[in-house]
Design a protein around this ligand. Sequence first.
Ligand SMILES: Cc1ncc(COP(=O)(O)O)c(C=O)c1O
Length: 445
Amino acid sequence: MTDYPQTTNQFLKPYNTKRNSKGNLEISSCDLVELAQKYKTPLYVIDEVTLTKMAKEYIEAFSIYPKTKITYASKALMTSAIAKIFSNLGFGFDVVSMGEIYTLLNAGIDLKKVSFNGNNKSIEEMAFALDNNIDHFSVDNFYELEELNKLAKSKNITQKIHLRITPGLDCHTHEYIKTGKIDSKFGFDLSQIDCAIDLILNKYKNLNLVGLHAHIGSQIFETQVFYDEIGILLKEIKKIKDKFNLELNEINIGGGVGITYIEGDNPPSIFKIAEIVKNSILDNCKKYNLVEPVLYIEPGRSLVCSAGFSLYTIGSQKEIKGIRKYIALDGGMADNPRPSMYGAKYEAEIASAKEKENFENVTVAGKFCESGDILIKDIKLNSPKSGDILCVYNTGAYCYSMSSNYNSILKPAMVLINNGQSDVMVKRQTLEQLIQNDVIIDRLK
Ligand SMILES: Cc1ncc(COP(=O)(O)O)c(C=O)c1O
């Protein structure tokens, strides 16, 4: 068995996590208790050192297949600063909305390396993307083919596209984050591909089809599924070549690589993924006599998640004798909906210094008015007290981007740290902002 270099997605904590001389938890030379005091809690924090390391590991691992283009899946975490970091490293972006495109443009990033995904892009979103010269669309369905062609024609453009297909692969992850199986809302199923190609070649003259796209799910630990996914994409490309005399020379295999959320999770090294991907491309191109295609990958979670953590202040506590002790935080399901949505699990640690060790089994609850607002069920924490700062690890992906204002609670700020430096990258929401779109109708005054 080959030993692959370990990559950041395999570690539970960001690099340089330790206790400092005061006994407080410290990450990238930033004292977490001081960060909490300075920026208040709840607080999202991203460690730029860990983030950059992971990004560079992706680049290095996939250098074994030089035709690779990495487009960061913005849905995992999108802010102007994050966009800038990835853009400066040469990454492109996968976007799914006008809002994500707008954020990129706001950060001064053009759409030359951007692909537009999504199962129900609005006409307005498609027009906005076309007007801003997006590189390509991953077209999801017949409705989009027709509408995009109409728009492209009205603007006198021939738009580059991929077709998103549902490869019919089932991977072992949560039902809500599986996307590759037949019964999925995303993409053309395999039996619809011929009809789509026929339409593109004979009717939709303003669309230029260059590739196929698939995404099989998220938080995946298996590796063979990526080999199989590529096999299906290339087999379809071969069938298209034979039937339509059209050789597509791009494939996009989506994202999906898992990370370590809790002790015992075993996600793969990105070096292993890259090797499997390369082998599958070479094997299948040989088998089907195809030219090796340009490869797009769209990692989201595995690029940003391990670099992120959330800081909370512990408030009330409730002990039900012989049953359970709850400790409640000043945040919860609105800033991190994943536990209540998918039953996601997290590790956490008291950041505040403790004189001695006295671990207690507790359940970490949020402050929102839902019994399901439990961030962590049953975790051992070192004598948690009201006023202590709690650090929840691995909240870099799908937390801020999925956050809400449930209970009219303000969204937290987000801070970027790097070797002792800290900068706000998203300001804490204010009460004025919370109600800025709220209209008191004249007749109710
Ligand atoms: C089309 C597509 N690509 C990429 C991703 C990113 O997946 P992950 O964050 O698991 O890497 C997603 C996530 O849902 C997706 O839908």
